[in-house]
Write a protein that binds this ligand. Structure first.
Ligand code: PBG
Length: 329
Protein backbone atom coordinates (compact mmCIF):
# COMPACT_ATOMS: atom_id res chain seq x y z
CA UNK A 1 0.00 0.00 0.00
CA UNK A 2 1.10 3.54 -0.67
CA UNK A 3 0.30 5.19 2.68
CA UNK A 4 1.52 8.69 3.62
CA UNK A 5 0.93 7.96 7.34
CA UNK A 6 1.57 4.66 9.09
CA UNK A 7 0.69 5.23 12.75
CA UNK A 8 1.78 1.70 13.61
CA UNK A 9 5.42 2.89 13.21
CA UNK A 10 4.88 4.61 16.58
CA UNK A 11 3.93 1.35 18.26
CA UNK A 12 6.53 -1.01 16.78
CA UNK A 13 8.48 -1.97 19.87
CA UNK A 14 8.62 -1.44 23.62
CA UNK A 15 11.23 1.33 23.47
CA UNK A 16 9.26 3.39 20.99
CA UNK A 17 6.06 2.86 22.94
CA UNK A 18 7.72 3.95 26.20
CA UNK A 19 9.16 7.07 24.59
CA UNK A 20 5.75 8.07 23.30
CA UNK A 21 3.64 7.28 26.34
CA UNK A 22 1.39 10.27 27.02
CA UNK A 23 0.03 9.45 30.46
CA UNK A 24 1.78 7.91 33.40
CA UNK A 25 0.51 7.16 36.88
CA UNK A 26 3.06 8.03 39.55
CA UNK A 27 3.12 6.53 43.03
CA UNK A 28 3.10 10.17 44.20
CA UNK A 29 -0.40 10.50 42.73
CA UNK A 30 -1.90 7.77 44.88
CA UNK A 31 -3.73 8.07 48.19
CA UNK A 32 -4.38 4.91 50.19
CA UNK A 33 -7.75 4.57 52.00
CA UNK A 34 -7.67 2.42 55.15
CA UNK A 35 -10.20 1.15 57.68
CA UNK A 36 -9.57 1.06 61.41
CA UNK A 37 -11.47 -0.81 64.12
CA UNK A 38 -11.38 -1.22 67.91
CA UNK A 39 -9.53 -4.13 69.48
CA UNK A 40 -6.32 -5.98 68.79
CA UNK A 41 -7.22 -8.16 65.84
CA UNK A 42 -7.77 -7.40 62.16
CA UNK A 43 -10.82 -8.47 60.15
CA UNK A 44 -11.04 -8.94 56.44
CA UNK A 45 -13.78 -7.27 54.41
CA UNK A 46 -15.40 -10.05 52.36
CA UNK A 47 -16.57 -7.80 49.51
CA UNK A 48 -13.12 -6.18 49.21
CA UNK A 49 -10.50 -8.93 48.83
CA UNK A 50 -7.18 -7.95 50.39
CA UNK A 51 -8.71 -5.06 52.37
CA UNK A 52 -8.80 -5.24 56.15
CA UNK A 53 -10.31 -3.45 59.07
CA UNK A 54 -7.11 -2.86 61.04
CA UNK A 55 -6.54 -2.49 64.76
CA UNK A 56 -4.78 0.79 65.55
CA UNK A 57 -1.43 -1.02 65.91
CA UNK A 58 -2.08 -2.90 62.66
CA UNK A 59 -2.98 0.35 60.94
CA UNK A 60 0.32 1.91 61.95
CA UNK A 61 2.16 -1.13 60.53
CA UNK A 62 0.17 -0.92 57.31
CA UNK A 63 0.93 2.81 57.02
CA UNK A 64 4.62 2.13 57.64
CA UNK A 65 4.70 -0.45 54.85
CA UNK A 66 2.82 1.86 52.51
CA UNK A 67 5.18 4.73 53.23
CA UNK A 68 8.20 2.49 52.71
CA UNK A 69 6.75 1.62 49.30
CA UNK A 70 6.49 5.32 48.43
CA UNK A 71 2.92 6.20 49.40
CA UNK A 72 2.70 9.74 50.76
CA UNK A 73 -0.90 9.95 51.99
CA UNK A 74 -3.51 7.77 53.66
CA UNK A 75 -7.24 8.39 54.21
CA UNK A 76 -8.60 6.86 57.41
CA UNK A 77 -12.14 5.52 57.95
CA UNK A 78 -13.33 4.28 61.35
CA UNK A 79 -15.57 1.27 62.00
CA UNK A 80 -17.59 2.49 64.96
CA UNK A 81 -18.98 -0.21 67.29
CA UNK A 82 -22.82 -0.22 66.95
CA UNK A 83 -23.29 0.55 70.65
CA UNK A 84 -21.46 3.86 70.18
CA UNK A 85 -23.78 5.02 67.40
CA UNK A 86 -26.73 7.32 68.01
CA UNK A 87 -29.06 9.49 65.94
CA UNK A 88 -26.82 12.55 66.43
CA UNK A 89 -23.56 10.78 65.65
CA UNK A 90 -22.21 12.16 68.95
CA UNK A 91 -19.16 9.91 68.90
CA UNK A 92 -17.80 12.06 66.05
CA UNK A 93 -17.10 14.84 68.56
CA UNK A 94 -15.45 12.62 71.17
CA UNK A 95 -11.81 13.68 71.45
CA UNK A 96 -10.90 10.07 72.15
CA UNK A 97 -12.95 8.49 69.39
CA UNK A 98 -11.38 5.69 67.40
CA UNK A 99 -10.35 7.66 64.34
CA UNK A 100 -8.71 10.43 66.39
CA UNK A 101 -6.74 7.88 68.42
CA UNK A 102 -5.71 6.32 65.12
CA UNK A 103 -4.64 9.70 63.71
CA UNK A 104 -2.47 10.40 66.76
CA UNK A 105 -0.88 6.94 66.58
CA UNK A 106 -0.08 7.25 62.87
CA UNK A 107 1.24 10.81 63.11
CA UNK A 108 3.38 9.87 66.14
CA UNK A 109 4.96 6.96 64.32
CA UNK A 110 5.12 8.47 60.84
CA UNK A 111 5.13 12.27 61.04
CA UNK A 112 5.88 12.71 57.33
CA UNK A 113 2.94 10.68 56.14
CA UNK A 114 -0.02 12.87 55.14
CA UNK A 115 -3.08 11.79 57.13
CA UNK A 116 -6.55 12.57 55.79
CA UNK A 117 -9.84 12.08 57.63
CA UNK A 118 -13.41 12.16 56.37
CA UNK A 119 -15.74 14.80 57.69
CA UNK A 120 -19.22 13.22 57.64
CA UNK A 121 -21.39 11.57 60.27
CA UNK A 122 -22.20 8.23 58.59
CA UNK A 123 -19.70 6.13 60.57
CA UNK A 124 -21.34 7.42 63.77
CA UNK A 125 -25.10 7.64 63.14
CA UNK A 126 -27.52 4.86 64.08
CA UNK A 127 -29.40 5.51 60.80
CA UNK A 128 -26.27 5.53 58.61
CA UNK A 129 -26.82 8.99 57.11
CA UNK A 130 -24.04 11.56 56.74
CA UNK A 131 -25.78 14.07 58.99
CA UNK A 132 -28.45 14.52 61.64
CA UNK A 133 -32.10 14.17 60.66
CA UNK A 134 -34.75 16.90 60.78
CA UNK A 135 -37.49 16.80 63.43
CA UNK A 136 -39.81 14.46 61.52
CA UNK A 137 -36.90 12.21 60.55
CA UNK A 138 -37.61 12.50 56.81
CA UNK A 139 -34.39 14.13 55.66
CA UNK A 140 -30.92 15.19 56.71
CA UNK A 141 -30.96 18.67 58.30
CA UNK A 142 -28.39 20.67 56.35
CA UNK A 143 -27.55 23.55 58.66
CA UNK A 144 -27.61 21.55 61.91
CA UNK A 145 -25.27 19.02 60.26
CA UNK A 146 -22.82 21.65 59.03
CA UNK A 147 -22.51 23.02 62.55
CA UNK A 148 -21.44 19.58 63.81
CA UNK A 149 -19.12 18.98 60.85
CA UNK A 150 -17.24 22.22 61.51
CA UNK A 151 -16.59 21.12 65.10
CA UNK A 152 -15.57 17.69 63.87
CA UNK A 153 -13.01 19.16 61.47
CA UNK A 154 -11.47 21.24 64.27
CA UNK A 155 -11.16 18.10 66.45
CA UNK A 156 -9.46 16.32 63.58
CA UNK A 157 -7.08 19.23 63.08
CA UNK A 158 -6.26 19.22 66.81
CA UNK A 159 -5.47 15.50 66.58
CA UNK A 160 -2.94 16.31 63.87
CA UNK A 161 -4.53 15.54 60.51
CA UNK A 162 -2.98 17.22 57.52
CA UNK A 163 -6.06 17.25 55.31
CA UNK A 164 -9.77 17.12 56.15
CA UNK A 165 -12.10 15.66 53.56
CA UNK A 166 -15.78 16.64 53.84
CA UNK A 167 -17.63 13.78 52.16
CA UNK A 168 -21.15 14.66 53.27
CA UNK A 169 -22.42 16.89 50.43
CA UNK A 170 -24.19 19.38 52.72
CA UNK A 171 -24.57 22.90 51.30
CA UNK A 172 -22.11 25.47 52.62
CA UNK A 173 -19.94 23.09 54.59
CA UNK A 174 -16.63 23.90 52.92
CA UNK A 175 -16.97 27.60 53.80
CA UNK A 176 -17.93 26.82 57.38
CA UNK A 177 -15.11 24.30 57.77
CA UNK A 178 -12.55 26.80 56.46
CA UNK A 179 -13.79 29.45 58.85
CA UNK A 180 -13.81 27.10 61.86
CA UNK A 181 -10.32 25.81 61.01
CA UNK A 182 -8.90 29.29 60.54
CA UNK A 183 -10.49 30.67 63.70
CA UNK A 184 -9.00 27.82 65.73
CA UNK A 185 -5.55 28.48 64.30
CA UNK A 186 -5.49 25.65 61.76
CA UNK A 187 -4.89 27.73 58.66
CA UNK A 188 -2.45 25.10 57.34
CA UNK A 189 -4.98 22.24 57.23
CA UNK A 190 -5.95 21.45 53.64
CA UNK A 191 -9.57 20.92 52.64
CA UNK A 192 -9.91 18.08 50.14
CA UNK A 193 -13.55 18.50 49.23
CA UNK A 194 -15.68 15.63 47.98
CA UNK A 195 -17.13 18.37 45.80
CA UNK A 196 -18.79 16.16 43.21
CA UNK A 197 -20.04 13.07 44.95
CA UNK A 198 -22.75 11.04 43.28
CA UNK A 199 -25.50 8.96 44.88
CA UNK A 200 -23.83 5.82 43.61
CA UNK A 201 -24.45 2.10 43.94
CA UNK A 202 -20.67 1.62 43.83
CA UNK A 203 -20.31 2.45 47.56
CA UNK A 204 -21.87 -0.86 48.64
CA UNK A 205 -18.71 -2.66 49.83
CA UNK A 206 -17.55 0.44 51.74
CA UNK A 207 -20.86 0.55 53.60
CA UNK A 208 -20.31 -3.11 54.56
CA UNK A 209 -16.78 -2.27 55.66
CA UNK A 210 -17.75 0.59 58.00
CA UNK A 211 -21.16 -0.81 58.95
CA UNK A 212 -23.23 2.18 57.81
CA UNK A 213 -25.46 -0.12 55.75
CA UNK A 214 -26.11 -2.51 58.62
CA UNK A 215 -26.94 0.54 60.76
CA UNK A 216 -29.63 1.37 58.21
CA UNK A 217 -31.03 -2.15 58.36
CA UNK A 218 -32.57 -3.76 55.29
CA UNK A 219 -33.55 -0.54 53.59
CA UNK A 220 -31.14 0.63 50.90
CA UNK A 221 -29.34 3.63 52.34
CA UNK A 222 -30.76 6.33 50.10
CA UNK A 223 -28.64 9.51 50.08
CA UNK A 224 -30.23 11.17 47.06
CA UNK A 225 -31.32 14.31 48.91
CA UNK A 226 -27.67 15.25 49.31
CA UNK A 227 -25.49 13.21 46.93
CA UNK A 228 -25.69 14.13 43.23
CA UNK A 229 -27.86 12.51 40.60
CA UNK A 230 -25.53 10.49 38.30
CA UNK A 231 -27.47 11.92 35.35
CA UNK A 232 -26.47 15.55 36.03
CA UNK A 233 -23.18 16.92 34.68
CA UNK A 234 -24.25 20.59 34.85
CA UNK A 235 -25.31 20.36 38.47
CA UNK A 236 -21.95 18.64 39.16
CA UNK A 237 -20.09 21.62 37.77
CA UNK A 238 -22.12 23.96 39.94
CA UNK A 239 -21.13 21.93 43.03
CA UNK A 240 -17.47 21.99 42.02
CA UNK A 241 -17.46 25.76 41.48
CA UNK A 242 -19.29 26.45 44.76
CA UNK A 243 -16.70 24.47 46.73
CA UNK A 244 -13.92 26.34 44.96
CA UNK A 245 -15.55 29.66 45.91
CA UNK A 246 -15.99 28.52 49.50
CA UNK A 247 -12.27 27.84 49.80
CA UNK A 248 -11.67 24.18 48.98
CA UNK A 249 -7.99 23.47 48.27
CA UNK A 250 -8.57 20.33 46.18
CA UNK A 251 -11.75 19.21 44.41
CA UNK A 252 -12.68 15.55 44.32
CA UNK A 253 -14.96 13.59 42.02
CA UNK A 254 -16.38 10.30 43.28
CA UNK A 255 -16.77 7.56 42.09
CA UNK A 256 -14.11 7.73 39.40
CA UNK A 257 -14.36 5.04 36.72
CA UNK A 258 -17.97 5.65 35.71
CA UNK A 259 -17.49 9.45 35.86
CA UNK A 260 -14.45 10.08 33.66
CA UNK A 261 -16.37 12.73 31.71
CA UNK A 262 -17.04 14.62 34.94
CA UNK A 263 -13.40 14.38 36.07
CA UNK A 264 -12.36 15.78 32.71
CA UNK A 265 -14.84 18.65 32.84
CA UNK A 266 -13.90 19.61 36.40
CA UNK A 267 -10.19 19.47 35.53
CA UNK A 268 -10.75 21.77 32.54
CA UNK A 269 -12.77 24.27 34.55
CA UNK A 270 -10.62 24.80 37.62
CA UNK A 271 -7.05 25.68 38.42
CA UNK A 272 -7.28 23.73 41.68
CA UNK A 273 -5.82 20.23 41.87
CA UNK A 274 -8.39 17.55 41.10
CA UNK A 275 -8.70 14.23 42.91
CA UNK A 276 -10.83 11.20 42.04
CA UNK A 277 -11.86 8.30 44.26
CA UNK A 278 -11.81 4.82 42.78
CA UNK A 279 -14.41 3.55 45.23
CA UNK A 280 -15.02 0.23 46.91
CA UNK A 281 -17.41 -1.06 44.23
CA UNK A 282 -14.89 -0.36 41.48
CA UNK A 283 -12.28 -2.32 43.42
CA UNK A 284 -14.73 -5.14 44.17
CA UNK A 285 -15.78 -5.45 40.52
CA UNK A 286 -12.24 -5.95 39.31
CA UNK A 287 -11.49 -8.49 42.04
CA UNK A 288 -14.71 -10.43 41.48
CA UNK A 289 -14.12 -10.80 37.76
CA UNK A 290 -10.48 -11.73 38.34
CA UNK A 291 -11.47 -14.37 40.90
CA UNK A 292 -13.65 -15.98 38.28
CA UNK A 293 -10.74 -15.90 35.84
CA UNK A 294 -12.67 -13.55 33.56
CA UNK A 295 -10.34 -10.55 33.77
CA UNK A 296 -6.64 -10.21 34.47
CA UNK A 297 -6.38 -8.51 37.87
CA UNK A 298 -3.25 -6.41 37.39
CA UNK A 299 -3.89 -5.41 33.81
CA UNK A 300 -7.46 -4.36 34.58
CA UNK A 301 -6.37 -2.57 37.74
CA UNK A 302 -3.67 -0.60 35.94
CA UNK A 303 -5.90 0.29 33.00
CA UNK A 304 -8.68 1.49 35.33
CA UNK A 305 -6.30 3.80 37.19
CA UNK A 306 -4.59 5.02 34.02
CA UNK A 307 -8.01 6.02 32.65
CA UNK A 308 -8.72 8.11 35.76
CA UNK A 309 -5.39 9.88 35.40
CA UNK A 310 -5.88 10.42 31.66
CA UNK A 311 -9.30 11.96 32.31
CA UNK A 312 -7.55 14.67 34.32
CA UNK A 313 -7.23 13.56 37.95
CA UNK A 314 -4.03 14.73 39.63
CA UNK A 315 -4.62 12.51 42.65
CA UNK A 316 -6.31 9.12 42.85
CA UNK A 317 -7.65 7.48 45.98
CA UNK A 318 -7.51 3.74 45.44
CA UNK A 319 -7.50 0.62 47.56
CA UNK A 320 -4.84 -0.68 45.13
CA UNK A 321 -2.38 2.08 46.15
CA UNK A 322 0.03 0.04 48.26
CA UNK A 323 0.34 -2.91 45.92
CA UNK A 324 0.97 -0.62 42.95
CA UNK A 325 3.59 1.33 44.90
CA UNK A 326 5.31 -1.92 45.85
CA UNK A 327 5.42 -3.14 42.29
CA UNK A 328 6.75 0.16 40.94
CA UNK A 329 9.35 0.58 43.69
C1 PBG B 1 -19.29 8.54 53.52
C2 PBG B 1 -18.30 7.99 52.57
C3 PBG B 1 -18.61 6.99 51.64
C4 PBG B 1 -17.42 6.68 51.00
C5 PBG B 1 -16.41 7.52 51.52
N1 PBG B 1 -16.99 8.34 52.50
C6 PBG B 1 -19.86 6.21 51.39
C7 PBG B 1 -21.17 6.81 51.29
O1 PBG B 1 -21.33 8.01 50.95
O2 PBG B 1 -22.12 6.10 51.60
C8 PBG B 1 -17.33 5.63 49.94
C9 PBG B 1 -15.99 5.11 49.60
C10 PBG B 1 -16.00 3.84 48.85
O3 PBG B 1 -17.05 3.32 48.41
O4 PBG B 1 -14.90 3.31 48.65
N2 PBG B 1 -19.34 9.83 53.83
Amino acid sequence: MDLPRRPRRLRRNAATRALLEETRVRVDDLIYPLFVKEGESAESVPSMPGVKRHSIAGLVDECREAQAAGIRAVALFPVTPPEQKDAQGSEALNTDCLVLRAVRAVKDALPELIVITDVALDPYTSHGHDGVLNSDGTDVDNDATVEILAKMAVKQAEAGVDWVAPSDMMDGRVGDLREALDESGHTEVIILSYAVKFASAFYGPFRDAVGSQSAAGNAYLDKRTYQLNPANPRESMMEAMLDEDEGADILMVKPAGAYLDIINEVAQSTDLPVAAYQVSGEYAQIHAAAEKGWLDLKATRDESILAIKRAGADLILTYFAKEIAREQG
